[in-house]
Each structure stands twice: as C-alpha cells, then as structure tokens.
Design a protein around this ligand. Structure first.
Ligand code: ADP
Ligand code: MG
Length: 250
C-alpha cells in the first residue's frame, strides 16, 4: 500500500509548548506539527523530554503554556476535549501496562466496552480482529504474565488499535524487550505505518527511523534541536549536539 501524507490536514499541532515539573522547566517552546499519515520519530538523550512531549499530546501530562491541538480539538481544562482526544490517540508504553488480572482478550475489549459502550460480543470480535493482525490470536485467553515481552507488547498495540485511533504514540516500545523480540514488535509498527497510521514514535531504533520515518526529530534539554527527513538527519546532522548523540548510538 502506498503511503499518503495529507498535507492539508494537521493531526497534531504543538505551538510554543512549555511545561514545568515544579521548578524544573522540562519543555521549552516546543513546536511540532504532525500531518495526517505522517510518521515521526523522536530521539534524544535520556531526560531530554521525549516522553513528556508525547504524554502531553494525550494529556497524561499537563502543559502550562502554549497550545496543543489534536485533530482540531484544543487541549485545555475542558474535560470533554480531553475525553475526545483520548479516544483518538492510542498510546503504547515501554512497559506494556496491560492489566495482569485480565486475559489478553479482556485487556483488548475493555476500552471498547467501557469507553465506547460497544456490546461485549462485538468488542470481543474487534479485539480478535486486532489480535489476529498482530499475529497473536492464539494467545487470546491467556494472561499477560504467561506471554513473552514481545507478545505482551503486540497485545498492547492491538489493545490500542481496538479504539480505532487516529494517531498512535509509541514511547520506547522496544526498550524493555530482549533483543530477539524487538523485531516482532517493530514489524507490527512497520505494517501499521504502511497502512497509513499517523505515528509519533520515541525510539532509539535507528533502522526503524531510517526506513519508516518521514521526519526525525532530535530533542535535547527540553527543546527540539533539529528535525529533518531521515536521510539528511543521519548523513548530515547540523547541530553539534545531534552529531554527538548520533555518534554514541550509531
Ligand atoms: P525522556 O523521555 O527524554 O527520557 P522525560 O520526558 O521522561 O525524558 O523527562 C524529562 C525530564 O523531566 C527528566 O529530567 C526527568 O527526570 C524529569 N521528569 C520526568 N517526569 C517527571 C515528574 N513526574 N516529576 C518531576 N520530574 C520529572
Ligand atoms: Mg522517556
């Protein structure tokens, strides 16, 4: 399937976003526009504000200054807006965050049932569809603890997809995995990207960035230092900080 970026449709706009944790200025004038269908990779040193940036997009963290607009809805203190945005934004975490006392199927059906009020039968059908898509349907009745890390992460992706999100946020989805399991998760992410999902991925998987990203963004100390399409980003980094970072990880 050919990948289509819709130039005239902004999925995420961050304008002059600032955030503080107490006295600590964690995000400094972050400006980011993500178009529908775009795949963005965010990289940068530990503590540079990558997680905070994407967590602000679905209001897991609150920003104090600037604007964040997701698919036309402005994130502010209006709870309705926050609910609207959470329904459109899927998020996958480093540590899967599955409910351990629920089966894989129940984990996936939970949000459709409780948030979308989908009847249970139908929610389970949707869940099975996405479990098939991440090639794990045969594990549907197991508990997360009975699965490998790579399998759990694929369940977490399926669970997000069950809500039919407009955009997916990934926060280092492969960082907690043993090396042999990284590929099975990246493969699912590549497929999603090929199908046109709008994605923002925080990852240090530079192979993924090179093949999938439309744009790579480098953050350091709460700021976006540099962004470019992957070929230029990796072959011709402009800032010294980007060069130093890339020389450590490549
Ligand atoms: P990254 O994802 O790039 O590693 P984070 O966004 O997690 O960075 O964190 C950026 C900075 O904010 C770090 O210095 C971190 O210690 C700090 N930080 C993150 N979460 C909190 C919090 N809840 N309270 C206070 N400081 C935090
Ligand atoms: Mg992080």
């Amino acid at each position: 399937m050919t990948h289509q970026v819709e130039d005239d449709k902004l999925m995420v706009e961050m304008r002059g976003v600032n955030k503080w944790y107490g006295q600590f200025h964690v995000l400094k004038d972050v400006n980011l526009e993500v178009k529908k269908g775009e795949r963005i990779v965010i990289c940068g040193p530990s503590g540079s504000g990558k997680s905070t940036t994407i967590r602000c997009i679905n209001r897991l963290e609150e920003h104090q200054k600037g604007d964040i607009i997701v698919d036309g809805t402005t994130l502010n203190n209006d709870l309705k807006n926050i609910e609207t945005i959470r329904r459109e934004v899927g998020m996958v975490f480093q540590h899967f965050n599955l409910f351990p006392h629920l089966t894989v199927l129940e984990n996936c059906a939970l949000a459709p049932i409780w948030v979308r009020k989908t009847p249970r039968d139908e929610a389970e059908e949707i869940a099975m569809k996405y479990l098939r898509r991440v090639k794990i349907e045969e594990q549907a009745l197991k508990y997360p603890g009975q699965l490998s890390g790579g399998q759990q992460q694929r369940v977490a992706i399926a669970r997000s997809l069950c809500m039919n999100p407009q955009i997916m946020l990934f926060d280092e989805p492969t960082s907690a995995l043993d090396p042999e399991m990284i590929k099975e998760v990246l493969d699912v992410m590549v497929e999603l990207a090929d199908e046109g999902m709008t994605m923002i991925c925080v990852t240090h998987e530079m192979g993924f960035a090179k093949t999938v990203a439309d744009r790579v963004i480098f953050m350091d100390k709460g700021q976006i230092i540099e962004e470019n399409e992957p070929h230029e980003f990796f072959n011709n980094p402009q800032s010294e900080r980007t060069q130093a970072f890339l020389s450590q990880i490549l």
